[in-house]
Design a protein around this ligand. Structure first.
Ligand code: FES
Length: 103
C-alpha cells in the first residue's frame, strides 16, 4: 500500500498507508490529518481539501483538470503547486508522495 506523507501546518509529518484507488484526501481524513476539512466529501466542489504538492512530485502527480482549476481559484492560499487532494488518485507510482497542508 503506498505511503503518503502529510506535512501539517505545525510541521508535524503524518505518514499514512493509503489504499490504491483511494485519494490523497481520503487518506488524510482516515488518518486524522489536521487542517483538511474536505467538506464536499470528494466531489470537487468545495476546495477545502487543498494541498501543496512537494516540488519533487509535481510532474508525477500531474496538472489539475479545468474543473479543479476553477475550484482552486476560490482559494486564498493558492500556489503554483496547489491541488485538490480529492482529485489525486492513489497509484503505485505515488508511494512516498509528500504533500503539505496550507496553514
Ligand atoms: Fe471538496 Fe475536494 S473534498 S473539493
Amino acid at each position: 500500500m503506498p505511503v503518503i506523507k502529510y506535512v501539517q501546518s505545525n510541521g508535524q509529518v503524518i505518514e499514512a498507508d493509503v489504499p490504491l484507488g483511494s485519494s490523497v484526501m481520503q487518506g488524510a481524513v482516515d488518518h486524522m490529518v489536521e487542517g483538511l476539512a474536505a467538506e464536499c466529501g470528494g466531489a470537487c466542489s468545495c476546495a477545502t481539501c487543498e494541498v501543496y504538492v512537494d516540488d519533487a512530485w509535481i510532474e508525477l502527480v500531474g496538472e489539475a483538470c479545468d474543473i479543479e482549476k476553477d475550484m482552486l481559484t476560490a482559494s486564498s492560499a493558492l500556489r503554483g503547486n496547489s491541488r485538490l487532494s480529492c482529485q489525486i488518485e492513489i497509484t503505485p507510482e505515488l508511494d512516498g508522495l509528500v504533500v503539505a497542508i496550507p496553514g
